[in-house]
Design a protein around this ligand. Structure first.
Ligand SMILES: *[C@@H]1O[C@H](CO)[C@@H](O)[C@H](O)[C@H]1NC(C)=O
Ligand SMILES: *[C@@H]1O[C@H](CO)[C@@H](O)[C@H](O)[C@H]1NC(C)=O
Ligand SMILES: *[C@@H]1O[C@H](CO)[C@@H](O)[C@H](O)[C@H]1NC(C)=O
Ligand SMILES: *[C@@H]1O[C@H](CO)[C@@H](O)[C@H](O)[C@H]1NC(C)=O
Length: 700
């Protein structure tokens, strides 16, 4: 043993010396360089100790580097000599790689680890050969295709060493030009399935695809179309074969391969949606063995896979045409499905894409079903309210992005949306019903004034039909229950029905709002808000005949007088005065009823005043009186004969007295309000004209 080592040590230094001499010899040009080099490589075989062999060869390359025959090089230069040079390097490469692989050490774990580390440091020496090959100028495409690549790959495959294979494949991809890769894709890709099963092929392949897509993106015009097409199908089938061959590859590995392929496709063939769909389809096939993904890294890759087309096209409509898209989504767990749904909606918002057919809406809502209904059994208290609200608001915004100019198609879209959101359960309806209603009312406004002629068998979209659908939709809110919201929506519908001249429909909606008010709205603050909404809407109605109008106004005033707090009562009652006198409706000018309302409001204000002085020992706010005074002035100017200057004068005096009686505790607000009201009267008097004459008798 010692003897062998001695010999090899001696041999080693001898060879090293002789290399130096040879290098001088080549320089002298006394013998052809290739012969000298050949001898040198032969001699290296004598050294079988891997480490020494490696170094010796490395050294050989150092001294012979500039002596390699190459076309146009200093020493010799025709095609033959290029071939010689290539041969030489290839041989050197083969030998070195063999030595390197032989260094694989099978000792105990710890020592082995250290060894592996050394070994991987040495790999650069092997890789350098490939680099040298790529630098030889005579290595053109033909030579690379016919000789270099096949021989290098042969060596890579035959060495059967995981580390070497991974490293060398990566080396090949990095050192040779992308154009060569494109032209030899088949040969290169065919090697992958033959590698050891443990080799990290996906990283290498991804590198390759990334380089190719960068290359293609930077030079589409020089790349023949057919080559691009072939590149896709070759890569695609190579990936298929690799995945088939590497049975043990974890699912995340295969999916990241598909992500790389998809990235390649989107960059090189942005217009080939069929390719994109093919990649997704392959992924579905791979996933179909598993039910739901559980590996987090794999889930991330699937999300990347699904996000890539959205980012590329900035447009969900394109993604909706990919038949395999929803099938990939089906493999996500419920939580991730939701995350993906949010990404999709964001993409729609970002691009302001308009989804314009019911079919597309159907596909879209299938995709985002994670947000539309409860997929999981998360109980209510586990739910993050804020997140939930944000998600549902994004669905609400989405509903406004669904639009078609054609009323028929728009109605179909609305029905599709309705179908989906109705399955959303009580938590979601308050978020999703209002945008649907408002979107439908927009359609009603478009149809308004158009008589729906019946075309063929099918009923065209008519306001009447839409109102029916809306009626059912709002009714669903009773399951929440959310009476205030429903009431508001009924009133919106009533107003729209009014504008469509549909008296019975408008009346029905009002009736339903009233039923809700009576039976469901219990909170006193909510009642106040509701009452003012009702009064405001009713005032704008012009479709009602006398009888219907009377019924509704009567109820509204009745509710007003029954509000819990006096000030609320007072304000609601004087607001009702507007129900009897509408400026632009000749039929609604009942001065007497207006006066009755205002007098009633005054009585309530008075009662409120008394109550306040009983409970707090001081007079209550005079504000109510001032507010009523302003109503008097309004109807006075509008020409209501029941409102006289004398009545106004009386009210002014009353307020003055009230204010003086409580000079200790005058709050500045009503005082200022009153002062400016008086200033207004003064101003009207001074202005003269018809109005000035009217105001003349009032003294302030
Ligand atoms: C032989 O391999 C060594 C080790 O990588 C390298 O440094 C040298 O360049 C190669 N020799 C030749 C002549 O290419
Ligand atoms: C939305 O996408 C389309 C192409 O699908 C593009 O033409 C348009 O400019 C994009 N709009 C915005 C606001 O990004
Ligand atoms: C996911 O959603 C489906 C319904 O689509 C449901 O049957 C399943 O229980 C949900 N999974 C979990 C873990 O909640
Ligand atoms: C809404 O539906 C209810 C019954 O579900 C019906 O009583 C009511 O008249 C409908 N309203 C309208 C405006 O069609």
């Amino acid at each position: 043993m010692v003897f062998r080592l001695l010999i090899s040590t001696n041999l080693f230094s001898m060879l090293a010396t002789s290399y130096r001499d040879c290098s001088v010899y080549i320089k002298s040009k006394e013998a052809p360089a290739k012969d000298v080099l050949k001898d040198l490589v032969e001699m290296c075989r004598a050294i079988q100790h891997p480490m020494r062999g490696l170094f010796l060869r490395s050294y050989l390359s150092q001294v012979s580097r500039d002596k390699l025959p190459d076309i146009g090089s200093e020493y010799e230069g025709d095609a033959d000599t290029v071939m010689d040079a290539v041969d030489f390097v290839l041989q050197n490469f083969t030998e070195m790689n063999k030595l390197w692989v032989r260094m694989l050490y099978q000792g105990p774990g710890r020592v082995r680890e250290k060894h592996e580390k050394e070994r991987s440091e040495l790999r650069d020496l092997v890789g350098k050969n490939l680099h040298v090959l790529s630098q030889i100028e005579g290595v053109e495409l033909e030579l690379y295709k016919d000789t270099v690549l096949p021989r290098v790959l042969e060596q890579v495959i035959n060495c059967k060493d995981e580390l070497a294979q991974y490293y060398l494949m990566d080396c090949i991809i990095q050192v040779f030009p992308d154009e060569y890769h494109l032209q030899t894709l088949e040969t290169l890709l065919a090697a992958f399935p033959q590698l050891q099963p443990t080799v990290d092929i996906k990283t290498v392949l991804s590198q390759l695809m990334e380089r190719l897509s960068n290359y293609a993106a930077s030079s589409t015009d020089v790349l023949p179309e057919f080559l691009q097409v072939e590149a896709f199908s070759k890569l695609s089938s190579a990936i298929g074969r690799v995945i088939e061959a590497q049975i043990d590859m974890p699912i995340v590995g295969s999916i990241s391969l598909y992500v790389s392929l998809l990235t390649f496709t989107l960059r090189v063939h942005p217009d080939r949606l069929d390719y994109v769909d093919q990649v997704l389809g392959a992924c579905v096939k791979k996933l179909s063995g598993t039910t739901k993904l559980e590996d987090n890294r794999a889930i991330k890759q699937v999300v990347a896979l699904l996000s890539a087309p959205l980012e590329k096209y900035d447009d969900i409509v394109t993604a909706l045409t990919l038949s395999n898209y929803p099938r990939v989504m089906d493999h996500l767990d419920n939580g991730t499905n939701k995350v993906m749904a949010v990404v999709i909606i964001q993409s729609i918002m970002k691009n302001s894409s308009c989804i314009s057919t019911a079919d597309k809406v159907e596909v879209l809502f299938e995709l985002i079903k994670g947000l539309i209904k409860d997929l999981d059994c998360t109980s209510a208290d586990e739910l993050d309210e804020e997140d939930f609200g944000e998600e549902q608001n994004s669905v609400a915004r989405l509903i406004h992005m669904l639009y078609n100019d054609d009323p028929e198609e728009m109605l179909k879209i609305l029905c599709t949306v309705k179908k989906h959101i109705m399955s959303g359960g009580p938590k979601r309806l308050p978020f999703t019903v209002p945008p649907l209603i408002l979107s439908a009312l927009k359609l009603v406004r478009r149809l308004q004034g158009q008589d729906g002629e019946v075309v063929g068998e099918e009923m065209p979209a008519t306001p009447k039909k839409i109102f029916q659908i809306l009626n059912q939709t709002i009714e669903a809110l009773s399951s929440v229950p959310s009476p205030e919201l429903a009431l508001r929506l009924y009133l919106e519908c009533a107003e729209a029905a009014n504008d469509c001249d549909l008296e019975p429909v408008a009346y029905e909606f009002f009736t339903q709002a009233f039923v809700l008010y009576e039976e469901e709205v219990a909170d006193s603050k909510a009642q106040v808000t509701a009452i003012h909404l009702i009064i405001g809407t009713l005032q704008r109605m012009n479709v009602f005949g006398v009888e219907n109008r009377d019924t509704l106004t009567h109820k509204a005033t009745g509710y007003s007088a029954k509000l819990l707090k006096k000030p609320d009562q007072c304000r609601a009652v004087y607001a009702c005065s507007h129900l009897f006198w509408v400026d632009d409706q000749d039929g609604v000018k009942d001065g007497e009823r207006v006066l009755l309302c205002l007098k009633r409001a005054l009585r309530i204000a008075n009662a409120a005043q008394q109550m306040a002085s009983v409970t707090r020992g001081s007079s209550g706010p005079v504000t109510l009186f001032v507010e009523i005074l302003n109503k008097y002035l309004y109807f006075f100017e509008k020409g209501n004969p029941q409102i006289t200057s004398a009545a106004i004068q009386g009210l002014v005096e009353l307020i003055k007295t009230e204010m003086q009686s409580d000079s200790t505790n005058v709050s500045p607000a009503p005082d200022a309000f009153f002062s400016s009201t008086l200033r207004y009267i003064q101003f009207q008097k001074q202005k003269g004209g018809v109005m000035g004459e009217k105001y003349a008798p009032i003294k302030v």
